[in-house]
Ligand binder design. Structure first.
Ligand code: CO
Length: 141
């Protein structure tokens, strides 16, 4: 079951400039900064009620965000939904014909297991499923 619109992921060129802009826009300071080595991205998170804004900047030419911004302007990169059981949702979506970008859930930012649905399966929107995992389990790998 999808339980919440967890966050919007925004691709940005300049993370410091975007963080300053969103600090002013939202009237709130970020609650977390995190480098995700596996994705070669730096992230900054803002809480907005029950949802979040995730700013993403690539840290290498191989980063999906760097490649995205080589082709497209800054803006909404993905829409993330919290799910109760990511493996169950992945199986359900696969059976319904959706193309998943990863076979197994992977470790994402902010203590989440994540999986992405290809935009061609979802009206041009890159959809992220995410399931919260305890921080201890996260650091244990
Ligand atoms: Co995300």
């Amino acid at each position: 079951m999808f339980t919440n619109l967890e966050h919007l992921g925004l691709a940005v060129h300049d993370l410091e400039a975007a963080t300053a802009l969103y600090t002013t826009l939202l009237g709130n300071t970020p609650y977390k900064r995190e480098h995700v080595a596996s994705e070669a991205v730096d992230t900054v998170f803002f809480q907005v009620g029950g949802s979040k804004i995730e700013l993403l900047a690539g840290t290498s030419p191989d980063s999906a965000i760097t490649k995205y911004l080589a082709k497209k302007p800054e803006g909404i990169h993905h829409v993330a939904f919290e799910v109760a059981d990511i493996r169950a949702e992945m199986a359900r979506l696969r059976a319904a014909g959706f193309v998943l970008l990863n076979e197994e859930p992977k470790q994402g930012a902010d203590n989440k297991l994540v999986c992405f649905v290809h935009p061609k399966s979802a009206t041009g929107v890159l959809v992220e499923l995410c399931q919260s995992v305890p921080a201890a389990a996260n650091s244990a790998g």
